[in-house]
Design a protein around this ligand. Structure first.
Ligand code: SAH
Length: 509
């Protein structure tokens, strides 16, 4: 018998992917079908399993045009097929989003459902603009109103003059087109024209724009600055607090759209560093890590592990993959013996540290000669046996430098990188359509693979403002091979160094 389907109406939050609830993330991870609205951050779709069916409802921006009736048919149909359906809705499902109507229809159709609240734009968007909705000294209530002038039956749905008489902060959703009518009615209802007002477009995202003025001037300003939906209007004395409390737009990388080209598994750390400083991140991995084409040499090296004096790791992936094989072959970490360990940089060393392994040598820079020198500083390499554990296509320099010092070197591949081609959340499409401020490259292979997928020189020609950031000399060399030089190269060749370099450039600009 088929298991019974269920629909979860899940609030996706106002835009910032970090504002999805833990419950929402958990349900996405178990979804068979995800049906999402246009305002929902597409990055959240990544939380769904790779095989899930994903339908994104568009608002005329190139996605899949789906009517409300079709949405209901899909929800009911998929649930009847026994599927676990996650219906992602912007903000909170029960705040102006037809969530109530959708839940009612599910109840009528006897489809099991649950509703997960979301962080609503009503509070989150003003917050990210530096505006608390209440404040003990200024007001003790707030009112949330839809700015759609007419109900579906064609009758005016809001008595703005009555709204004007209510004390407290006023938050207007969906009101951009009607703003002249709304503000003139509020003033006619007795609200002083000098009352502070703000409009916030695409709040909580890297594209947030905020306009601060008075109720009397709002409509003209909105027109002059070309504000459009989605936007929220906040009216009241609390708007003045923005000059002190605007924390979001002040972050150093606010407004910078940054492409992260690392593999999905590795991207998160760089993404966190960037979003933590206010950048909008587009994760477009161009490679995936897979087992090496031939793992014979690696298996052989496992069998003879006791004979090596040094294990040399050249990437965090190398560490992860090596130990995956290692623990398949051995059930005790002591099988590693007294071999000494070298890591080419802090990220690789950190991976080893996670396994409670101490690194015996680490060069100050990941350049083949310096790796050899760092090992040479610990002991004379002559006649020692060294195992380089790395990607399938590693540069030959490291091996030859060690051999020059008299070492006996085995070079084995413990993983290979293959091109990533999928674009489920449409992130690559968004970059190709709208460009970005930065592309970050964290290794030579990210350059080569990004180029293979997108033709880097022609992308830079198409978007002349697009800048490139390289983590270090090896990566810069890969750019040079394409006739390019990066806008910046990180001084310290780490993710932190890369982010600092972008920050410095952004602050100078
Ligand atoms: N259920 C949603 C609201 C849906 S109505 C919630 O709880 O947030 C859609 C309206 O919400 C938009 O027209 C706009 O007024 C507002 N809105 C939603 N997200 C927004 C954002 N990131 N920035 C500004 N306004 C937003």
């Amino acid at each position: 018998m088929k298991s019974k389907g269920i629909v979860y109406l899940v609030g996706a939050g106002p835009g910032d992917a970090g504002l999805l609830t833990v419950r929402g993330a958990e349900l996405l991870a178990g979804a068979d079908v995800v049906i999402s609205d246009a305002l929902v951050n597409p990055e959240l779709l990544r939380l769904a399993p790779a095989g899930a069916e994903v339908i994104v409802r568009s608002q005329g921006d190139g996605g899949h045009p789906v009517s409300q009736e079709e949405i209901m048919e899909l929800l009911v149909g998929r649930a009847r097929d026994g599927k676990t359906v996650v219906r992602l809705k912007g903000g909170d499902p029960y705040v102006f989003g037809r969530g109530g109507e959708e839940a009612e229809e599910l109840a009528t159709a006897h489809i099991p459902f649950e509703v997960v609240p979301g962080v609503t734009s009503v509070t989150a968007v003003p917050n990210y603009a530096g505006i608390p909705l209440t404040h003990r000294d200024l007001c003790s209530s707030f009112h949330v109103i839809t700015g759609h002038e007419q109900s579906e039956k064609g009758t005016p749905s809001v008595d703005w003059r009555a709204v004007a008489r209510a004390p407290g902060t006023k938050v207007v959703l969906m009101g951009v087109k009607q703003i002249r009518h709304i503000t003139s009615e509020l003033i006619a209802g007795g609200l002083p024209a000098a009352t502070p007002a703000a409009m916030i477009h695409r709040g909580t995202t890297g594209r947030q724009r905020t306009l601060v003025t008075t109720v009397g001037k709002l409509a003209d300003e909105v027109e002059a600055q070309g504000f459009n939906a989605p936007a929220i209007t906040v009216i009241g004395e609390v708007v003045r607090l923005r000059s002190k409390l605007d924390w979001f737009e002040r972050r150093r990388l606010f407004g910078q759209r940054v492409v992260v080209t690392r593999t999905r598994d590795q991207a998160s750390q760089l993404t966190r560093l960037l979003t933590g400083r206010g950048a909008e991140v587009l994760e477009i991995p161009t490679i995936r890590i897979e087992a090496p084409t031939n793992h014979g040499p690696l298996i052989e090296s496992m069998a003879g592990l006791g004979e090596y004096d040094w294990l040399i790791f050249t990437s965090p992936n190398g560490v992860t993959k090596f130990f995956e094989y290692f623990f398949k072959a051995f059930d005790d970490v002591r099988a590693l013996g007294m071999v000494r360990l070298a890591a080419v940089g802090p990220a690789t060393a950190a991976k080893l540290k996670e396994l409670h392994l101490r690194v015996d040598a680490m060069p100050e820079e990941f350049v083949a000669a310096k790796v050899a020198k760092a090992i040479g500083a610990v002991e004379n390499v002559e006649n020692l046996r060294l195992l380089c554990v790395r990607a399938e296509v590693g540069s030959p320099e490291l091996v030859s430098k060690l051999e020059e010092l008299g070492g006996i070197v085995d070079d084995v591949a413990c993983y290979q990188t293959v091109p990533e081609t999928e674009d489920r959340s449409g992130t690559a499409a968004r970059m190709l359509a709208g460009g970005a401020d930065w592309i970050t490259f964290t290794s030579a292979s990210t350059v080569q693979n990004f180029h293979a997928r997108f033709d880097l020189p022609s992308l830079l020609e198409k978007f002349p403002a697009l800048k490139t950031a390289s983590i270090g000399p090896e990566t810069t060399k890969a750019l040079a091979a394409l006739g390019l030089s990066p806008t910046i190269e990180a001084r310290s060749h780490t993710l932190d160094g890369l982010v600092s370099a972008i920050e410095h450039h952004a602050v100078k600009a």
